[in-house]
Every structure is written in C-alpha cells, then in structure tokens.
Write a protein that binds this ligand. Sequence first.
Ligand SMILES: O=C(CO)[C@@H](O)[C@H](O)COP(=O)(O)O
Ligand SMILES: [Co+2]
Length: 291
Amino acid sequence: MALLASTSKLASGARPVAASRRTAVRVQATSRVDRYSKNDIIVSPSILSADFAKLGDEVRAIDQAGCEWVHIDVMDGRFVPNITIGPLIVEALRPVTDKVLDCHLMIVEPELRVADFAKAGADIISVHAEQSSTIHLHRVVNQVRTRAAAAARALARAQSQSQTQSGYRIKDLGVKAGVVLNPGTPLSTIEYVLDQVDLVLIMSVNPGFGGQSFIESQVAKIRELKKLCLEKGVNPWIEVDGGVTPANAWKVIDAGANALVAGSAVFKAPSYRDAINGIKASKKPVAAAVA
Ligand SMILES: O=C(CO)[C@@H](O)[C@H](O)COP(=O)(O)O
Ligand SMILES: [Co+2]
C-alpha cells in the first residue's frame, strides 16, 4: 500500500497548492480504486450539493461518514449550462481525504484536461461519450489509460532505484478511465470502448445540476449494460448518477449498478452516515397486505 508518506503537512499559509507541489506525496503500489470490490456497493457523494464555503470540512465529513468515493462534478458552462470545479480544487482536496476522487468531466474537449486532472490527484477520470463533448472518445479514454501506465512504470523505476524520496511525484498512479452516457444516449455509443474502460457511468438525470429527479427509463439501460458486459466478458464498474436516494437505490443495484453517486440525498440529509448507509441498504418496499 503506501510505500512512502510525506512527513510534511500542508502549512496553513497562503499557497497550500504550491506547497504541496514541493513536498513528497504518498506513493501507492495499487490504485485507490482497487481497494474496493465490485461485489460491494460503493457510495460516491457528489460534492456539488456540499457547502462550498467549507468544502474541505464537507469532504472530511463524508469520509468519516463512511463513503468510499468522492464524486467531483466538473462543468465548463459549454457541455452543460453550469460552471463548477477545476483541477485546482481537486488538488486542494487531495490531501484532505485518502478516498477515491471520482472526477466526472462534463466539459468540451476533455482531452485537453486529462493530464491536469491526473496531476491534481484524480483516481477516476470519466468523460462523456457524446460527440458534443469529444469527437475522439476512444483516443481520450486511452489518454487516461496511458497516464496510468506511465505512472506505473515510473513507480517501478522509483522502487528499483529507491527514488521514493521527497520530490518524486507519482500522484496519478492507477488513474482509472470512465465513460459517461447521458439519459438520451444509446448504449451502442460505447460498444467499441467497453473493453477499454474501467467504469461506465449511466446518467439518471440530464447533466448540469444537482437535486433533479431520477429518470426511471435508465434502470432498463443499466440492466442492458450489465448484460452487454457479461456477453463481452468485461467487468467495468457500473456507476449511476442523478436523483439516487435511499428510496430508489435498490432499483439500480438490482439492475447491476455497484457505484452510486448521490448529491442532495447525502448533503441535504440530517445525517450523512444514515444517508450513505440508507443507500447501501436500500430495499424494494414490501407490498402492503390487502385486507
Ligand atoms: O453530474 C451530476 C449532475 O450533472 C450529478 O453528479 C449530481 O451532482 C448528482 O446530484 P443529485 O441528483 O444526487 O442531487
Ligand atoms: Co456527476
């Protein structure tokens, strides 16, 4: 696991991001994502619904409340109508939690930004399959995978040469590549990248905002995706994003999803822990007995 941990902490000075660049970072033998089993249900709270005035505290709170991943919605005001988070925020959050930083890129030309998010400490980088985001889906997916491979080679070199001292930065080791489908985008769009990705994210709302209602038609899409994966002999994470709550999570779990994003259902709940546990334990309601 962690081969080297820096003894230096971020000072509460004016330039914490720059300071973190100069100090050593944790070097991991495996990706953070690989700590989790695909047989379990992962909850990835979307920080879009967090209180941005105290983002670090909010991320610490969901970490302590038992989430596995932290979902980061990156929006550019072009692919979607909203503007949110960039790599600087990802870099600022990296020292706050050792949980998976699950970055959902809702941007035009993600190929221009993959390196920045990888360097910032993203563990998963997911790009939209729609051509209004990228013209070259296969290329950008492989760009993420190439970074992971390069980081793995750098780690091997560092280990063999005992170069894990301060200043040797391998923050992006094991970046996983995800592909995202909007509710209106057919599964066929990703057929020829399915063997290239670590994760498929099915949007169960139209992207752009938190707090929208779950689109029921996406349950069938998740079921169909699970079937397609079995037919092709691949096993990516199947993540669902939008309108997921303790009341409806069972539907997507039953259809084959194993990573559930939840923004408002966690951050607007009185207890983050109860909301996360409620999503994991979500069950189909038992029909009321007819008298
Ligand atoms: O990517 C998006 C929206 O574009 C999501 O990640 C939302 O942020 C999820 O929020 P809720 O629907 O769970 O409130
Ligand atoms: Co999202």
